[in-house]
Design a protein around this ligand. Structure first.
Ligand SMILES: Nc1ncnc2c1ncn2[C@@H]1O[C@H](COP(=O)(O)OP(=O)(O)OP(=O)(O)O)[C@@H](O)[C@H]1O
Length: 338
């Protein structure tokens, strides 16, 4: 049921100021129609403000928002063609599942059979047909979330906005719901914009990851592009599993699993003391302190991960000296932050 409507979003020089605080500092972003976009970044980087400006829950201080071929920058929230799904599901506690979902059509004066039929269709999409008569208090967190999604879909949005939708769930349910979100987005075929501070969640879900820092976009790309070629030190550190290493040509990023360790020095290796070893199941993680490397900060620490079989064949001990190297293509030059 892929709709043919254009649900692309274009943000141009978008700014949000709260008094003297610049929460979003002139971002430019194109989100293709029908894609899954994750806005990713640490607390306070401006991702929720960006989402709320798209939703119309905050007015942009400057810049433009284009949905399809229509500027919605100053439109009322209800007229934008967007729907928001919140972290707290905000269902009406006294209404049944069916009535919660049908509510927006009731407000629009649609007849009972019509609104109930559509609500049932959407509740079937989110596998909630057996629970139509329940109250929200009689549902689990994951089930409440499904109902909240069905309710958001009743408004027939072209863009669904999700603000940390998985953060209230336990880790097991989070992974399950994540897979379902992806499936629903593919079935519905329109644009999803999902705010998260979890790089793991963004990598699992997104077609396009947008890494934000201090109200600006640090990097945009597919999860693979962003993970394998972080543009800045901030992105390398935020995505995790990377080392930021000083080199003559400036800082470089090397993935932890691309660090090669040997027991003797050669021309290109750098010495490091093995500080700690953690067994992680399929791999073993070593914390390394570089020894007298030029340009490294005094508190620099590197991480190397070795497949468990490789580690077991020649185990390292804390206090050992490892000589570290990497293949040329494993090193990525880092730019200064935006
Ligand atoms: N209503 C507000 N009034 C004043 N300042 C605000 C308001 N909302 C957000 N801010 C500030 O704007 C900046 C960006 O906030 P925003 O909520 O967009 O970030 P975020 O990346 O979504 O953070 P989090 O992950 O913690 O929700 C922060 O410095 C925040 O304190």
């Amino acid at each position: 049921m892929k709709p043919a409507v254009d649900s692309s979003l274009v943000l141009t020089s978008l700014v949000k100021r709260y008094g003297n605080t610049v929460a979003v500092d002139g971002i430019d972003l194109t989100i293709p129609s029908g894609s899954y976009c994750c806005l990713l970044g640490p607390s306070g980087c401006g991702k929720t403000s960006t989402l709320r400006m798209i939703a119309g829950h905050e007015l942009a201080s400057d810049g433009q928002i284009l949905l399809g071929n229509k500027y919605i920058t100053y439109s009322a929230a209800a007229d934008r063609g967007t729907a928001m799904m919140f972290q707290s599901y905000a269902l009406f506690p006294h209404l049944s599942v069916l009535d919660n979902v049908a509510f927006s059509w009731k407000m629009r004066g649609k007849p009972v059979p019509e609104r109930q039929a559509r609500a049932k269709e959407l509740l079937a999409l989110v596998s909630m047909t057996p629970y139509l008569a329940r109250l929200p208090s009689e549902l689990s967190g994951g089930q409440q979330q499904r109902v909240a999604l069905a309710r958001a879909l009743m408004t027939e949005p072209r863009v669904l906005l999700l603000d940390e939708p998985l953060s209230a769930l336990d880790p097991f349910l989070r992974v399950q719901m994540r897979a379902e979100l992806k499936r629903w987005q593919q079935e519905l075929g329109f644009t999803f914009v999902h705010v998260t501070h979890s790089q793991e969640e963004a990598m699992a879900l997104a077609d396009q990851v947008v890494v934000m820092n201090h109200g600006r976009i640090e990097q945009t790309g597919s999860p693979r592009e962003v993970f394998n070629a972080p543009r800045s030190e901030f992105v390398a550190r935020f995505m995790g599993a990377h080392n930021v290493i000083a080199s003559e040509a400036g800082p470089i990023a090397v993935r932890a699993d691309r660090m090669q360790l040997t027991r003797s020095a050669s021309g290109t290796t750098r010495p490091a003391a093995v500080k700690a070893i953690e067994y992680q199941g399929t791999y073993v993680q070593l914390s390394l302190v570089p020894q007298g490397a030029q340009g490294e900060k005094a508190d620099a620490q590197w991480t190397a991960t070795l497949p468990d079989a490789e580690f077991d064949a020649a185990p390292w001990q804390p206090g050992d000296t490892a000589h570290v190297s990497w293949l040329p293509h494993a090193a990525h030059a880092l730019q200064p932050s935006a």
